[in-house]
Design a protein around this ligand. Structure first.
Ligand code: PCA
Length: 194
């Protein structure tokens, strides 16, 4: 079986829950050809990437999918690109708030996802769950994590992407949200389509 390292984040920004980790936890331990190895990561610049790359070193995954919350988005959004920029409008969970710094000094300006995000998005939206490719993962910890992962695995056989997911209903009264079960189902469908 192939190995998929799949990560979700701890809560941040005053939230009590992060739907990314809750949805990852709901996934079965095997999907299609993949055995899933699940890891929760801190919402801290650099530390998130260090932890994921350390885990990847241990298990040597064929694919890495990092999942994060994008509160306010209406659907599941696989990310096409990661940029070499940190700009935090709120502090991370250890109080870091970089303003216009690179993720990796001297690194490429950007990396494209190496998993087939278009195909994944089409599979999920055909299953009836709102989903579309996004062209910006932002400049906060999610972008920082996937930038480091794509940088690390450039020109290797390990493929990676990031998927942002909406709030779940219990997190918000007035913003768009999606049931946790639908988020988990979307992730499963996306993985099946790889
Ligand atoms: N979302 C944030 C960081 C952690 C998370 O779940 C982001 O989009 O950068």
């Amino acid at each position: 079986m192939k190995k998929l390292l799949i990560t979700g984040f701890e809560p941040f920004g005053g939230e009590k829950i992060n739907p990314s980790w809750e949805a990852v936890k709901l996934l079965p331990n095997a999907i299609g050809d993949f055995e899933l190895i699940k890891t929760e990561v801190p919402v801290v610049f650099e530390k998130a990437a260090d932890l994921v790359l350390k885990k990847a070193d241990e298990i040597k995954p064929d694919a890495v999918i990092c999942v994060g919350q994008a509160g306010g988005r209406t659907g599941i959004t696989p990310e096409m690109v990661a940029v070499n920029l940190r700009f935090a409008s709120i502090p991370d969970n250890e109080g870091n708030q970089p303003k216009d710094e690179p993720c990796i000094p001297g690194g490429e300006n950007a990396y494209f996802a190496t998993l087939p995000v278009r195909k994944m998005a089409e599979a999920v939206s055909s299953s009836g769950i709102p989903c579309s490719v996004s062209y910006s993962a932002g400049t906060y910890v999610c972008n920082d994590l996937i930038y480091h992962v794509l940088h690390h695995f450039t020109k290797t056989e390990t493929k990676a992407c990031f998927i942002h997911v909406p709030f779940i209903p219990e997190q918000t009264k007035d913003k768009p949200s999606m049931e946790l079960e639908a988020i988990a189902k979307a992730l499963k469908t996306a993985i099946e389509s790889i």
